[in-house]
Ligand binder design. Structure first.
Ligand SMILES: Cc1cc2nc3c(=O)[nH]c(=O)nc-3n(C[C@H](O)[C@H](O)[C@H](O)COP(=O)(O)OP(=O)(O)OC[C@H]3O[C@@H](n4cnc5c(N)ncnc54)[C@H](O)[C@@H]3O)c2cc1C
Length: 308
C-alpha cells in the first residue's frame, strides 16, 4: 500500500453506497470491484451453471485457540468425521504469538452443527465444554493435542460462525459510455473455505488483472475480456474442485485417497496442487483422470543406465 501511495495512488477509507457507483465509474478509467456485500456486488449476476448450491454446504465454526500443541514439524492437519464434517488445524500468528486456527466444517444435520450457532459470549465455559466433547468424539487426533486447562479463544472476538453459499458471478458490467466495472476476488467466485482456495485465487486473479492493466492500451471491454479469459481456468477450477470435495467422495476419489495413503509422491503432488487448483482439476475432474494419475504415479521408475 505504501508503494501504491508513493507511485501516486490514493487510498480512501469509506463505505460505498449505491449512489456512489455512477460517480466512481465517471471518475476512473476502470472500476475494479472486490466487495460482494451491498450494492457493488449486486452489479454482477450469478452464473447458475457454476453455482450448484443455493445453501451453505457446511456450517462453519472457526476460531483462534490457545492450548493446542503444535506438531513437530509445524504443519496444517485435516481430519474427517464421516457424516459430520471436516476439521482443519492451521498454525497462525496472533496478537499473542503463535496459536492455532481450528476451522470446523460441519455438515448440516450432523452432530457438530450446533457449534455454528452456540454462543461463546453467553457462557464461555459451556461453549468450551461442548466443543471439547465434540472434538474428543469426532476429531480425536486434534483433541489429543489439547491442554484442556489452557484451551480457550486467543481473544473473545476470535470466533467466526456462519456459512458460505459457493457462488460464481459474471464479472463484467459495461456502462453506456463504454466504461466497465470488473469483479475481483470473492465477488467473482466465493468458495467454501474447506480447500483454502478463496484468497489463493483472489490474489492470483489480482496479479493477472494488474499485469493486463499495465500492458493495456485502453481500459475497455476488450481488456476485461482478456483478464477474464486469462484467470478463469484457475478460478473456476478452484470453485469446481472445492464443490466436489463438499460432497461424499465418489468411488474414484475414495480410490485416490487410499492410493495417496500408500504413495507419498502422489500425496505430495495433491498437496502441491493446492497452489495450482487448475492442475488439481486436471487430475481429478473425471474418474478416468484420477485413474490415469494414480497409474502414472505408481509405475516403477525407469532404471538409471550408466553410460561409459
Ligand atoms: C473461515 C474462513 C477461512 C478461510 N480460509 C482461507 C484459507 O485458508 N486460504 C484462502 O486462500 N482463503 C481462505 N478463505 C477465503 C478468504 O478469506 C477470501 O477468499 C478472501 O478474503 C477474499 O478476498 P476479497 O478481497 O475478495 O474479499 P474480502 O476479504 O471479503 O474483502 C472485502 C472488503 O470490502 C469491505 N467492504 C464490504 N462492503 C463494503 C462497502 N459497502 N464499502 C466499502 N468497503 C466494503 C470489507 O470490509 C472488506 O474489507 C477463508 C474464508 C473463511 C470465511
Amino acid at each position: 500500500m505504501q508503494d501504491f501511495v508513493s507511485r501516486g495512488g490514493k487510498i480512501e477509507y469509506r463505505r460505498i453506497e449505491e449512489r456512489d457507483i455512477r460517480p466512481l465509474v465517471a471518475r476512473f478509467d476502470l472500476l475494479v470491484v472486490s466487495t460482494g456485500k451491498g450494492p457493488l456486488g449486486q452489479l454482477f449476476t450469478y452464473r447458475p451453471e457454476h453455482t450448484p448450491y443455493s445453501q451453505p454446504q457446511r456450517r462453519l465454526c472457526v476460531g483462534l485457540y490457545t492450548g493446542v500443541r503444535q506438531p513437530d514439524p509445524m504443519n496444517v492437519t485435516l481430519s474427517v468425521s464421516p457424516g459430520h464434517g471436516e476439521m482443519i488445524v492451521i498454525p497462525t500468528i496472533t496478537f499473542g504469538g503463535v496459536a492455532n486456527a481450528l476451522l470446523m466444517e460441519n455438515v448440516p444435520g450432523g452432530d457438530m452443527e450446533e457449534l455454528a450457532t452456540l454462543s461463546y459470549d453467553d457462557n464461555p465455559k459451556h461453549f468450551l465444554k461442548v466443543l471439547l466433547g465434540k472434538l474428543e468424539k469426532h476429531h480425536p487426533t486434534t483433541y489429543d493435542r489439547i491442554d484442556t486447562a489452557r484451551f480457550d479463544l486467543a481473544q473473545p472476538q476470535d470466533l467466526l460462525q456462519g456459512g458460505v453459499v459457493p457462488t460464481v458471478r459474471n464479472t463484467v458490467v459495461e456502462f453506456d459510455d463504454g466504461k466497465c466495472a470488473i469483479a475481483l476476488g470473492d465477488v467473482h467466485a466465493i468458495v467454501d473455505p474447506m480447500m483454502g482456495q478463496g484468497a489463493n485465487v483472489a490474489s492470483y486473479a489480482a496479479f493477472v488483472l494488474g499485469e493486463e492493466i499495465v500492458n493495456a492500451d485502453a481500459c475497455d471491454a476488450r481488456l476485461c475480456e482478456k483478464i477474464d479469459l486469462k484467470r478463469q481456468d484457475r478460478v473456476l477450477a478452484a470453485s469446481r474442485w472445492t464443490n466436489v470435495m463438499l460432497q461424499p467422495p465418489t468411488e474414484a476419489l475414495g480410490m485416490l485417497i487410499g492410493a495417496m495413503s500408500q504413495n507419498p509422491a502422489l500425496a505430495n503432488e495433491f498437496t502441491e496442487n493446492f497452489n495450482y487448483p487448475d492442475r488439481q482439476w486436471d487430475r481429478i475432474s473425471t474418474p478416468q483422470r484420477i485413474q490415469a494419475w494414480i497409474a502414472r504415479m505408481s509405475a516403477p521408475s525407469e532404471p538409471v543406465r550408466a553410460i561409459a
